[in-house]
Ligand binder design. Structure first.
Ligand code: SAM
Length: 249
């Protein structure tokens, strides 16, 4: 997979992309990330990337010309049919694991990071194919949002995670059918008088699987009840969870 990132501060990516799973994905040639400085595609002596907003108002707006020129340079000679060009913006669709799963299937993506007051609307309208927000808050620039996306996508590229760190049973994954993950413990079995639930030490895999499923349901019901509405539960699971809710009330 190739990901091109268009931004004003490419050095911000150096350390995050040289650690852990992203580093490993790059070294195994499963992922090629190319960061580009929008400023390199300006043609005036000051390398101007921004200008005042038409109509007045605070802040500066990123100019369209260098962003279009850079994106078109990347696209030159490449099959661009269906290539996602994702603009990071707090006005975009909220990022979910489903969007990440779909993007992880693509061979090539372009991510565009804004800065200052944002980007000229013509980039939104005539270049971006998708607009994505990583949450309902405002960052100073799209670089951190792009890092979040690249990290989440990289975990899903086949071959990147070893079987011991599979993404299949993570919260929000298909493996858990839309539930949050159950509580996890490791050694020691007792720490500061807090003991691991005995069922996890029992060696009874069937009972452990049932306990984990129930814990996932309970955790989703208490922390993210709106997610539980999308999950298909068995009759036995439904009556177990409703008993728990009645007992808690
Ligand atoms: N004035 C813009 C608005 O109200 O929508 C916000 C501009 S923000 C200060 C600068 C840049 O940071 C944006 O162009 C975008 O690329 C990035 N950004 C900020 N918050 C973001 C978020 N929640 N998700 C994705 N990108 C974000």
């Amino acid at each position: 997979m190739r990901i091109d990132i268009l931004c004003l501060f490419p050095d911000m990516f150096t350390s995050p992309f040289e650690q852990s799973i992203i580093k490993r994905a790059k070294e195994s040639n499963l992922l090629n990330i190319v960061t580009h400085n929008i400023r390199d595609y300006t043609h005036d002596s000051h390398h101007t990337v921004d200008d005042y907003p038409y109509g007045g108002g605070p802040g500066m707006i990123l100019k369209p010309e260098p962003i279009f020129e850079l994106a078109e340079t990347i696209q030159h000679g490449v099959d661009t049919d269906n290539m996602p060009i994702v603009l990071l913006t707090p006005q975009g669709k909220l990022l979910t694991q489903k969007i990440i799963r779909d993007l992880a299937l693509q061979p090539h993506l372009i991510l565009i990071c804004g800065h200052y007051e944002g980007i000229d609307e013509r980039v939104h309208e005539h270049l971006a194919t998708d607009e994505i927000s990583i949450g309902d808050y405002v960052l100073s620039g799209g670089e951190l949002a792009a890092m979040v996306m690249v990290d989440a996508i990289t975990r899903l590229i086949p071959g990147v995670l070893g079987s011991e760190e599979s993404a299949k049973d993570d919260s929000h994954s298909n493996g858990l059918n839309g539930l949050l993950e159950y509580p996890q413990y490791t050694r020691p079995a007792t720490y500061r008088s807090w003991s691991v639930p005995p069922i996890l030490l029992s060696g009874n895999h069937e009972k452990i699987a049932q306990w984990r499923k129930r814990q996932s349901i309970l955790r989703t019901a208490t922390r993210r009840p709106e997610m539980l509405q999308q999950v298909i539960l068995s009759c036995e699971e439904k009556s177990w969870i409703s008993e728990r809710s009645l007992n808690q009330n």
